[in-house]
Design a protein around this ligand. Structure first.
Ligand code: PR8
Length: 470
């Protein structure tokens, strides 16, 4: 059942985040939340996944300070202009005013690049590919929401790279996109990749590529961005290197990031009216075992459960031996999204079978005891494939084509979706399309445009997607 999930998504989301023990939202600072142990385990698996993808592609993890001195933070004019109204400042040490104000990083370009200037000497030092997983602070003025719009972003994975040529930086942008595709594909989170219009790119970037997903209420969520910084920051921070010809040159840079929003998407897209439905890859518990005790058979069942646990030791398994009704246990683990339930009672033991129940489809079936391990693996794989396929199908069903402003408005605002349309590429016209449709241009797709611009009727240059985002 996905009635409430679909029709009352916001309510569903707020309630599930709390009841499934992902975040405690009662912390007394706006936009700042507490991770429960269960939610934090999901987070840990997600972070491990992105780490493994980045490590396998030659990135190295490092850790830079949270505090950024004002003079570094203010160096890059566009960057500071883009972030100044979102920065938290540390102005005092105890009772004493600080001589130099310190920014809590809203992102770490200005913490990292002065140090890159010290690390990079020659073209042989590059490509330099660094990442860190840290908390960042943004004084968001739009409505804050758990995992979606945070003032303390607790899971900011930011990568920063430096290159000896513009071509190599361009190649890095493609590599980053490939890394994120692999990441989202493993999580079964569907995405649309587009290039942000110039007025919406990252402050200080040459251009920004973004991944957006669509939530059940039709709103889009930006879940990853990849920025080509060109030489904008290297000029400001004096990141120079000696090229093979012996000349000094400014480095070419990229940066790319994801956040807690990835976890928001993971939870939001795979849920239903009974709660979460976790991808096996990141589920803290992949298989929950429920012993079905009958009066005089408790010992028999318990000893079989013990054997079964050993057989399933390759998975993250949990036995629920609480002294409550099995039905109450089913309810709890469904709410928390455990992908697979195993039930074992005297009747199963007699028949040499085990009962499996899939969280995604509710399907219940018996498997021979001797085949348990293979069948569990096979079923977890089937669940992952089904969740991914279902999420992609749902998202694609929300993308429509529109040829007029009225159509854009009606498809996005009334039907709750995203539209594809065509645009001449002029900023002035783009903004007027946004104003008259009351819908944002999310980005430009890598597709050849045909026909005319939906705003001015001139020749179309770009295929764009438009929607309302979180
Ligand atoms: C950069 N510099 O910073 P970006 N709450 C949750 N997630 C958020 C929030 C928020 N308030 N704001 C942004 N995000 C570059 C790239 C280092 C890394 C998420 O880029 O400003 C969004 O998914 O685009 C965004 O795509 C990502 O952080 C990176 O932030």
């Amino acid at each position: 059942m996905r009635e409430r999930w679909k029709n009352n998504f916001s309510e569903w989301y707020n309630e599930i985040i709390e009841r499934a023990e992902i975040l405690d939202v009662r912390y007394p600072v706006k936009g700042v939340y507490v991770w429960y142990p269960y939610g934090f385990k999901i987070r840990r698996h997600v972070v491990e996944l992105i780490r493994s993808i980045l490590d396998a592609t030659g990135h190295e993890e490092a850790l830079f300070p949270l505090l950024i001195p004002e003079h570094e933070f203010a160096k890059e004019a566009k960057h500071i202009a883009g972030f100044e109204d979102e920065v938290y400042w540390v102005t005092h040490g105890g009772l004493e005013p600080l001589k130099v104000k310190l920014a809590l990083r809203p992102t770490s370009e200005t913490a990292i690049y002065p140090i890159f200037a010290l690390w990079i000497r020659s073209h042989a030092d590059m490509p330099l590919k660094i990442y860190q997983v840290v908390n960042t602070f943004r004084y968001e003025t739009k409505h804050t929401r758990p995992l979606i719009r945070l003032r303390e972003i607790t899971t900011f994975k930011e990568a920063h790279t430096a290159h000896a040529s513009a071509e190599d930086a361009e190649r890095q942008v493609r590599e980053a996109i490939e890394c994120y595709k692999r990441f989202f594909d493993t999580l079964g989170v569907p995405y649309i990749i587009s290039r942000r219009p110039d007025w919406d790119k990252f402050p200080g970037a040459e251009y920004t590529m973004a991944f957006d997903t669509i939530f059940p209420d039709g709103r889009t969520l930006q879940i990853a961005t990849v920025h080509n910084l060109g030489q904008n920051f290297s000029r400001t921070f004096e990141i120079t290197f000696e090229n093979p010809q012996g000349e000094q040159e400014y480095a070419y840079q990229t940066c790319y990031g994801i956040s807690d929003r990835v976890i928001a998407a993971l939870l939001a897209l795979h849920g239903d009216d009974s709660g979460l439905c976790l991808m096996p890859e990141v589920a803290p518990i992949q298989v929950v075992v429920i012993p079905i005790w009958f009066k005089d058979k408790k010992e028999l069942v318990d000893s079989e459960v013990e054997k079964l646990m050993e057989e399933l030791s390759d998975f993250r398994v949990h036995v629920d031996s609480r002294d409550i009704r099995p039905g109450a246990k089913y309810y709890d683990w469904e709410l928390r999204g455990v992908p697979l339930r195993v039930e074992l009672g005297p009747r199963d033991i007699e028949r040499g079978e085990v009962t499996l129940v899939r969280r995604d489809t509710g399907e219940r079936f018996s498997v021979p005891r001797g085949e348990l391990k293979e069948r569990v693996q096979e079923t977890l794989n089937a669940i992952a494939a089904n969740l991914k396929e279902r999420a992609w199908r749902e998202m694609e069903s929300r993308i429509h084509s529109a040829q007029s402003i009225e159509e854009i408005r009606s498809l996005v605002v009334e039907k709750g979706g995203v539209v594809k349309t065509t645009w001449c590429g002029r900023e002035e016209c783009g903004k007027s399309i946004e104003d008259s449709a009351d819908v944002d241009i999310l980005g430009i797709l890598e597709e050849a445009a045909q026909g005319t611009c939906v705003g001015c009727g001139e020749k179309a240059e770009n295929v764009i997607i438009m929607g309302r985002s979180y």
